[in-house]
Design a protein around this ligand. Structure first.
Ligand code: HDE
Length: 703
């Protein structure tokens, strides 16, 4: 008997032709150009919307292999998320070498001028789950995989040049303390809770890193505006076998930029994907993000004389002592085709090095070299994770490792061992093969650390004194915010006792901010800190900002009747500056401006709060402004931009909106720009190059 269950009525929903079944189920059968759906075994599928049943109201039949395959596959869609750095976003690009390091290394990727090496980069937060928000106060991962002609080389770095701990064995404790507390399962993606500060306050080696994560470095404006660091000292090894120490630095072409904390909190609600969306939009619109790769090179002589141990990842080498030599640039020019296949399955490993690049004995790096391989097997389920296209080298490779789960690249032939006399199969390569640097080792087996690991505060202080007053205030505010979420007063006080060793006034201000009545005694330092390390300008964000507004976004509030001349003038100057404009209107369909033209909006006002923009302009018509006066989201649009020290441009119609947003005539400052004519737009953009009008903060942040 012919099964004609599939007779359906043809109808249209909008302009999409569908078949509608007798009980209303919709089937889209395409326009003839799409391939037929099949099972994973290739059998064509006739009905993907109904389970095979015994009778219309009957039980499902086991025989429905398509149903079972579909649900079975769905049940297994997830793989374990990364234990740290679970939330991340990746993109493809290339590294182009400009200044060969031939005297220092044999690595081809670093010695061939002009050569382009494909890369895959994944940025991430550390503490939050895969589905957490982007603007957590956290370190950002900055992991780069170079697909070189001598194998894959990974720099698995962060956006902060130092780390919390000195020895890898402490990593599980650090991560446990910062993640959700085990009994209650919260808080998600934040360090502002008792366990983290309990751990940190009992671990003086974390103090330098605490200064960095309480600074604006931990709330970057976007991946495009942050630095990256390899953190550890590595080695470069040249053709004579000579080793030079190296630290890797990524410097963003568009300069550094961060948001402020109150803004971060609100961005997380308005657009939890703020950073990934930014990267996606930049690349797909052809504004390819770019970083310079720089190296700090130094030898044993420098290492011996340096105040700190170069094997200690809680220390950095100030650029004033060893300048960063720029050797090339990295451009990200392609988004992923498939998030899971690429961003989720990419497996970075610190032990992925190529000939000419080697490790030091940094105890953190040594531990990482074990961890990353181990974690990939747990996450990707098989030692054959290297067969996945995102992880496979792009150069020829031949091993005798065989079989295992999901082996997809299987060699032909009889030989799977060596030595052999078949004259086939891969053989060792004495000329090109990787040689570990033969550093001399001596000493007794011990749990002790190197002597120069003992100073935990000097560089923390150096970081603090290198910041502008605005940045110092942000650091103080961050400590106060975090500690105000800590329930136990003794933990709060212990953090202050650590800060006394960094800077007395910082400690006092934090103590005041959390209402601590008496200043505790300083934590006993293992070694007395040096109080006179000179300020290093490179450690500040604000001293290293951009000189243009390129790549930044202005949110423009428009209404029916907005002045078209002003709007067009803005579009013109923004284009010249390479800045982006988003129109925000009461209705996303857009508005008709004074020239009678319809202007579609990118955001409806309540979905496009000003926290999503670097600066705002209010261009409502008189009637439009009047209508928005009682709209809470219009008031927030203005009030938040003001509170976050943003540049605000406005036409005279919008003065009442300023007042509603709490900006009185007496408050007006140079960050608030009256736009009367088209010519004023250029002046506005030029002001915006400072990114924020920081002097305002003193007036808007009073506790
Ligand atoms: Fe990681 N880290 N880490 N880490 N790390 C991982 O590897 C680990 C450390 C960093 O986008 C894991 O594939 C140990 C420092 C980044 O896929 C894991 C220690 C730095 C990423 C792991 C550290 C990093 C990871 C989890 C202490 C900056 C994300 C998933 C010694 C220099 C890479 C994975 C990506 C990921 C272990 C410390 C950076 C568990 C044991 C220091 C950017 O293997």
């Amino acid at each position: 008997m012919k099964n004609d269950n599939y007779k359906r009525e043809q109808k249209k929903i909008g302009d999409v032709k569908v078949e509608i079944g007798p009980q209303g189920q919709t089937h889209y059968l395409g326009d003839g150009s799409q391939p037929s759906m099949t099972t994973k075994q290739g059998t064509p599928v006739a009905d993907d919307q109904n389970t095979l049943k015994a009778g219309q109201r009957g039980p499902a039949l086991m025989q429905d292999f398509h149903f079972r395959e579909k649900i079975f596959h769905f049940d297994h869609e997830r793989i374990p998320e990364r234990i740290v750095h679970a939330r991340g976003y990746g993109a493809h690009g290339y590294f182009e070498l400009d200044t060969p390091l031939t005297n220092y290394t044999t690595a081809k990727v670093l010695t061939r001028k002009g050569q382009r090496t494909p890369v895959f980069v994944r940025f991430s937060t550390v503490a939050g789950a895969k589905g957490s928000f982007d603007l957590a106060r956290d370190v950002r991962g900055f992991a780069v995989k170079f697909y070189t002609e001598e194998g894959n080389w990974d720099i698995v770095g962060n956006n902060i040049p130092v780390f919390f701990i000195q020895d890898a064995i402490r990593f599980p404790d650090l991560v446990h303390s910062v993640k959700e507390e085990p009994d209650r399962g919260f808080p998600q993606a934040q360090s502002a809770h008792d366990n983290f500060w309990d751990f940190a306050s009992l671990s003086p080696e974390t103090v330098h890193m605490l200064m960095w994560i309480m600074s604006d470095r931990a709330i970057p404006r976007s991946f495009r505006f942050m630095e990256g660091f390899g953190v550890h000292s590595f080695r470069l090894v040249n053709a004579d076998g000579k080793s030079t120490y190296v630290k890797f630095h990524w410097k963003p072409k568009l300069g550094l930029q961060s948001v402020v904390w109150n803004e971060a909190v609100k961005i997380n609600g308005a657009d939890p994907d703020y950073h990934r969306r930014d990267l996606w939009e930049a690349i797909t619109s052809g504004n390819f993000p770019e970083w310079e790769l720089g190296v700090q090179l130094f030898d044993d002589d420098f290492a011996d004389k340096f105040d700190f141990d170069i094997l200690d990842a809680t220390k950095l080498i100030p650029e004033e002592l060893v300048p960063v030599k720029i050797i090339g640039r990295m451009v990200l020019d392609r988004v992923v085709d498939n998030f899971f296949a690429e961003t989720e399955q990419v497996a970075f490993m610190t032990h992925n090095v190529v000939p000419g690049i080697s490790f030091t004995d940094d105890p953190l790096l040594q531990g990482r070299n074990f961890s990353y391989l181990d974690t990939q097997v747990k996450r990707l389920g098989s030692t054959n994770f290297t067969h996945l296209p995102i992880n496979a080298p792009k150069c020829p490779f031949h091993t005798l490792q065989q079989d295992g789960h999901m082996a997809v690249q299987n060699p032909k032939g009889r030989v799977n061992y060596e030595p052999n006399s078949w004259g086939e199969g891969p053989v060792e390569d004495r000329d090109r093969g990787y040689r570990h640097y033969p550093s001399a080792v001596e000493g007794v087996k011990t749990f002790e650390r190197g002597e120069r690991f003992a100073d935990h505060y000097s560089q923390a202080r150096q970081f603090y004194v290198s910041q502008t007053a605005t940045e110092q205030t942000h650091i103080k505010d961050a400590f106060v915010f975090e500690l105000s979420k800590v329930e136990r007063e003794d933990i709060r006080a212990r953090v202050v006792s650590q800060l006394i060793n960094v800077d007395k006034s910082l400690a006092e201000n934090v103590a005041k901010g959390i209402g601590l009545e008496t200043l505790p005694d300083a934590a006993p330092p293992a070694r007395a800190p040096k109080m006179d390390l000179p300020a290093s300008d490179k450690l500040s964000i604000l001293k290293n900002g951009p000189s243009s507004f390129e790549g930044r976004k202005i949110g423009v509030l428009i209404t029916e009747g907005t002045d078209a001349n002003l709007l067009d003038a803005l579009m013109k100057v923004a284009k010249k500056e390479n800045a982006l404009i988003e129109l925000v209107a009461p209705v996303v369909g857009g508005v008709t401006t004074s020239d009678g033209k319809k202007r579609p909006a990118q955001q409806k006002l309540n979905g496009g709060p000003s926290v999503l923009y670097d600066a705002i302009i209010l261009l409502a018509s008189a009637e439009g402004a009047e209508q928005l006066l009682n709209e809470a989201t219009a008031r927030d649009f203005v009030a938040d931009a003001w509170a976050h020290a943003k540049f605000i441009g406005y036409c005279h119609n919008c003065v009442p909106l300023l007042r509603k947003g709490g900006i009185m005539e007496s408050d007006e400052d140079e960050g608030l720009v009256h736009l009367e004519s088209a010519g004023d737009m250029q002046q506005f953009i030029e002001k915006c190059r400072a990114l924020r009008f920081w002097p305002r903060e003193a007036k808007t942040h009073t506790i």
